[in-house]
Design a protein around this ligand. Structure first.
Ligand SMILES: Nc1ncnc2c1ncn2[C@@H]1O[C@H](COP(=O)(O)OP(=O)(O)OP(=O)(O)O)[C@@H](O)[C@H]1O
Length: 244
C-alpha cells in the first residue's frame, strides 16, 4: 500500500489548466522527485497534495485515508509536512526559539506545562540543530544565517512534528554548489522515518538523492519510474532538449 496516492488531479485557474489529470504515487521511505519544464504544473500539483490549493478534480489518499477535502492543518495532523519557497522562519528570533516554536506546535498543553517535558524539548531542539549542523549558531538570530543555513533551519522546522511525508518545493534555489551538496547529506538520513516529495530544477541534485521521479509536461505526467528509467526515456530527453 503506497503512503501517498494522488490520482486524476486536475487544477484549472480561469482558462488555464495548470495540472491536467496527473497522478503521483509515493511509497514508505521513498524520495520522489517531481521534475519538468517551467510552468509544467509541479508546484500546483504539490499544493494540491499539501492542501494549499483545492484540486478542481481528483483524489488524494494518504496513509489509507482520503484527504482530498482536508485542510492543511488536518493534513499536518495526519503526518504531512511542507516547506515551500516562501520562508516561515521568524528572522528576529534565535534558531533555538524557531525550532522550539515548531516543536511546541506539535505538543499538547500537558506536555508544555510539565518541567520534565520542557527538559525533553530542550534536548530535542539541540538534537535537531545538531542534525542540521546549526548547533553552534543556536543563540544567533535566524536573520544572521546564510541563505543555505536558513533553508536547513526551515527543513528542520518542517520535520519537528516527525512527519511521515515531507514536501519540499525547490529547497536548493539560490544555494551555492557546496550548500546543495550539504543539503543532500542532510536529507538522506531522514529516509529512515520519512518519505519525501521534492520539486527541483537541479537535475544532478535530484538524481543523487531520489529513488523515483515523475516528469510533468504541460500539466500531464509524461513519465514516472526509477532514476535510470527516466534518464533513458526518449520523451523525457526530448522535452529537456526542447527547453535547451
Ligand atoms: N494561482 C494561480 N493562478 C493562476 N495561474 C497559476 C496560479 N498558479 C500557477 N499558475 C499557472 O499554472 C501553470 C503551472 O504553474 P506551476 O507554478 O505549477 O508550474 P511549475 O512547473 O512549478 O513551474 P516553475 O518550474 O517555473 O516553478 C503556470 O502557467 C502558472 O502561471
Amino acid at each position: 500500500m503506497p503512503l501517498l496516492e494522488a490520482a486524476g488531479i486536475r487544477k484549472i485557474f480561469g482558462k488555464l489548466t495548470a495540472v491536467d489529470g496527473a497522478a503521483l504515487t509515493v511509497r514508505e521511505n521513498e524520495f520522489h522527485g517531481l521534475i519538468g519544464p517551467n510552468g509544467s504544473g509541479k508546484s500546483t500539483l504539490m499544493k494540491c497534495i499539501a492542501g494549499a490549493e483545492v484540486p478542481t478534480q481528483g483524489k488524494v489518499r494518504f496513509i489509507n485515508t482520503d484527504i482530498t477535502t482536508f485542510t492543511p492543518t488536518e493534513r499536518a495532523r495526519a503526518g504531512m509536512s511542507l516547506k515551500f519557497q516562501i520562508t516561515s522562519v521568524l528572522p528576529s528570533l534565535t534558531l533555538y526559539d524557531n525550532i522550539l516554536l515548531a516543536l511546541q506546535g506539535h505538543c499538547s498543553l500537558f506536555d508544555l506545562v510539565f518541567s520534565r517535558s520542557r527538559r525533553q524539548l530542550h534536548d530535542q531542539v539541540m538534537m535537531m540543530l545538531t542534525q542540521f549542523r546549526l548547533a553552534d549558531r543556536a543563540f544567533d538570530a535566524a536573520a544572521a544565517l546564510s541563505h543555505g543555513q536558513q533553508q536547513w533551519l526551515e527543513i528542520a522546522m518542517a520535520l519537528a512534528g516527525k512527519p511521515r511525508l515531507l514536501l519540499l518545493d525547490e529547497p536548493t534555489g539560490g544555494m551555492s554548489l557546496e550548500e546543495r551538496r550539504v543539503t543532500g547529506e542532510l536529507l538522506r538520513p531522514i529516509k529512515e522515518h520519512c518519505s519525501l516529495v521534492i520539486v527541483e530544477h537541479d537535475l544532478d541534485f535530484i538524481r543523487d538523492i531520489c529513488d523515483r521521479l515523475t516528469v510533468l509536461d504541460q500539466g500531464r505526467v509524461l513519465a514516472t519510474g526509477s532514476v535510470a528509467e527516466i534518464q533513458a526515456d526518449k520523451s523525457v530527453q526530448e522535452i529537456y532538449l526542447r527547453r535547451a
